[in-house]
Ligand binder design. Structure first.
Ligand code: SAM
Ligand code: SF4
Length: 462
C-alpha cells in the first residue's frame, strides 16, 4: 500500500496556507454547508492565530453542532480487561519496562462482576481496552466481547461493545467481527514517523506502518466501523490534526466511508511517564483543535474522554463532541470495588483521569445544560452502520430517529437507575423536548413508546 501520510506534504500545507479573514470565513461557511474540508482548507484554520478569527472558528464549530447534531450526547464507559503489555510506549503506565505496575487480567468471573456493576449504574455502551500481549489475541478479545453481551443484571444489559486494542492481521479482525463488535478503535498516537520511533521503544508497536494500515486490514475483514485518534502532546498538534484529516481522506477514497469516530486524547500523568514535554498542548490550543476538527470532518463522531477535567469537558462539548464517557474508572477491576472514582491507584492504571464524576452526576450536568444524554444503539442494532454519518447526511434523521431514541434511552435510565432528584429533572427535560416536536402524530407515537417504557418494556427504538 502506498503510504498515505507524507510529512513533507503536511508541513508544506502548514507553511503555505496563511489565514486571511475572508478565507477563514469562506471555509467555515463551506463546512456549515455540510461539506468536508480539504487538507489545504484545514491548514488555513490551523494557521489562524488572531483571537477574533479563533473565536469565529469556535463559533462556526458550535453552529455546526447545533445545526447538524442537535443537543444529544452519547454516553459510554471504558472497561479495562488487562494491562499486560509487551510494548514500551514512553507515555503509558502499562509499558513492559514499568516494574512498579501491578499486572492484572480480568478472568471470566471478574469480567462478569465488572459488567454487572456497570449495568447496575445504567451503562449500555462499553469500550473494552487491552494492552498488547500474546495473551490478548483475537480469540481472547472476541470471547471477552461475547461474555459482556451475555451479562444481564436486572433490567441492565450492554447493547454495544467497542474495542480499543492492538492492530491485528486480517484473520484476527475476522474473528473479532464475528463477535459483533461496534467500533474497533486504534490510535496512531503520532502521525509523525520520526517522533513515533522516539516514543515507541520496544515491542511490536514500534512498527509505524503496521499500525497505520491496521484499520485497512479491519476493513478488508469486513469491519467498516473504525475509530482513529492521535495522542496529543507527542508532536506538534497542527501536524497531528492534518494527519487525522489525511487518514480520514484515505478511508473515504478507498472505502467510500470515513472513520466512525475520531479521538484526541491529551497525554496525562502516568506511572513512569517518560516523554519530552515540549509538545504538550495547552487548553487554548486544545479547544482550537477540537473546533477545527469539527469543521474539517463535519460528519465524524468526536469522542472526548475523562482524561480531561470536568470544566474543560463542559467547555469543549459545545464545539461538536458527540460522545463522552461517564462514571469512568480505569482501574483494573475498579467498577466492582464501589470506592470513589477519585481514589486512583496509578500503579494499577494506564494514566491519570481528571473527571471523576459518577454517571448520575454527568447525567445531571448534561440535563442542566439542556443536552439530552443518550445511550442509543439503534443504528448499530438495525445494521445502519455509521450512525454519525446517517445523522449528518440523511435530512431529518436526527429529528425522526436520534432525538426520540435518545429520549427513550434517557427514560429507561430515569426509570431503572436515577435517584428521585434526577428523575424529576429528566422528566422536566423530556416535557420540554416533547413540546418542541412539531409533528403532532409523531409526538403521540413517541409518547406511546415512552409510556410502554414506563410500564416496563425496554429497548424500544425507531
Ligand atoms: N494497547 C493498545 C494500544 O496501544 O493500541 C490499546 C490502547 S491503550 C490501552 C489506549 C490509548 O490510551 C492509547 O492508544 C493512547 O493513545 C492512550 N494513552 C496511553 N498513555 C496515555 C497517557 N499517559 N495519557 C493519555 N492517554 C494515554
Ligand atoms: Fe502497551 Fe498500549 Fe500502553 Fe503502549 S499504549 S504500553 S501498547 S497498553
Amino acid at each position: 500500500m502506498k503510504p498515505f501520510i507524507d510529512p513533507d506534504e503536511i508541513w508544506e500545507f502548514i507553511r503555505t496556507r496563511p489565514a486571511t479573514k475572508e478565507q477563514v470565513r469562506d471555509i467555515i461557511a463551506k463546512s456549515l454547508d455540510k461539506n468536508r474540508l480539504t487538507l489545504a482548507e484545514t491548514a488555513v484554520l490551523i494557521n489562524a492565530t488572531d483571537q477574533d478569527l479563533i473565536e469565529e472558528i469556535k463559533q462556526g464549530a458550535r453552529k455546526l453542532k447545533e445545526k447538524v447534531y442537535g443537543q444529544r450526547i452519547v454516553l459510554f464507559a471504558p472497561l479495562y480487561i488487562g494491562n499486560l503489555c509487551t510494548n514500551n510506549c514512553a507515555y503509558c503506565g502499562f509499558k513492559a519496562s514499568n516494574k512498579q505496575l501491578k499486572r492484572v487480567t480480568l478472568d471470566h468471573d471478574d469480567l462478569v462482576c465488572q459488567v454487572k456493576a456497570l449495568e447496575d449504574s445504567g451503562q449500555k455502551r462499553l469500550i473494552l481496552v487491552f494492552g498488547e500481549h500474546p495473551q490478548y489475541d483475537a480469540k481472547f478479545i472476541a470471547d471477552s466481547v461475547r461474555t459482556v453481551y451475555a451479562v444481564k443484571s436486572g433490567p441492565g444489559e450492554i447493547r454495544r461493545v467497542n474495542i480499543n486494542a492492538a492492530p491485528l492481521d486480517i484473520d484476527g479482525f475476522r474473528i473479532i467481527k464475528d463477535s459483533k463488535i461496534g467500533t474497533y478503535q486504534i490510535f496512531q498516537e503520532t502521525y509523525h514517523e520520526e517522533t513515533y520511533a522516539k516514543v515507541h521503544l520496544g515491542g511490536l508497536k514500534r512498527n509505524y506502518e503496521w499500525r497505520l494500515t491496521a484499520l485497512d486490514r479491519a476493513q478488508e475483514a469486513g469491519i467498516d466501523d473504525v475509530g482513529i485518534g492521535a495522542l496529543f502532546g507527542l508532536y506538534d498538534w497542527r501536524f497531528e490534526v492534518l494527519g487525522l484529516v489525511r487518514h480520514t481522506n484515505h478511508f473515504e477514497a478507498v472505502y467510500n466511508v470515513g472513520p466512525h469516530t475520531i479521538s484526541f486524547p491529551r497525554i496525562q500523568y502516568a506511572s513512569q511517564l517518560n516523554i519530552d514535554k515540549s509538545h504538550l498542548v495547552s487548553n487554548d490550543a486544545f479547544t482550537r483543535l477540537v473546533a477545527i476538527l469539527r469543521l474539517a470532518v463535519p460528519y465524524t463522531g468526536l469522542i472526548l474522554t475523562a482524561r480531561e477535567p470536568a470544566n474543560i469537558r463542559d467547555e469543549i462539548m459545545q464545539f461538536g463532541v458527540s460522545q463522552i464517557d461517564g462514571g469512568t474508572n480505569i482501574e483494573l477491576g475498579g467498577y466492582a470495588k464501589k470506592k470513589n472514582n477519585a481514589e486512583q491507584d496509578i500503579d494499577l492504571e494506564q494514566f491519570q483521569i481528571n473527571d471523576n464524576r459518577s454517571l448520575n452526576e454527568i447525567m445531571n450536568e448534561l440535563m442542566d445544560q439542556k443536552y439530552i444524554p443518550s445511550f442509543c444503539t439503534a443504528c448499530y442494532r438495525l445494521g445502519r452502520t455509521g450512525e454519525h454519518f446517517m445523522e449528518f447526511s440523511v435530512p431529518g434523521f436526527i429529528k425522526r430517529f436520534c432525538q426520540p431514541n435518545a429520549l427513550m434511552t434517557m427514560v429507561e435510565y430515569l426509570e431503572d437507575y436515577a435517584p428521585a432528584e434526577t428523575k424529576v429533572k429528566g422528566y422536566a427535560l423530556l416535557k420540554e423536548k416533547l413540546d418542541e416536536i412539531d409533528d403532532a402524530a409523531f409526538r403521540e407515537k413517541l409518547i406511546g413508546k415512552i409510556n410502554q417504557i414506563k410500564e416496563g418494556q425496554r429497548d424500544l427504538y425507531f
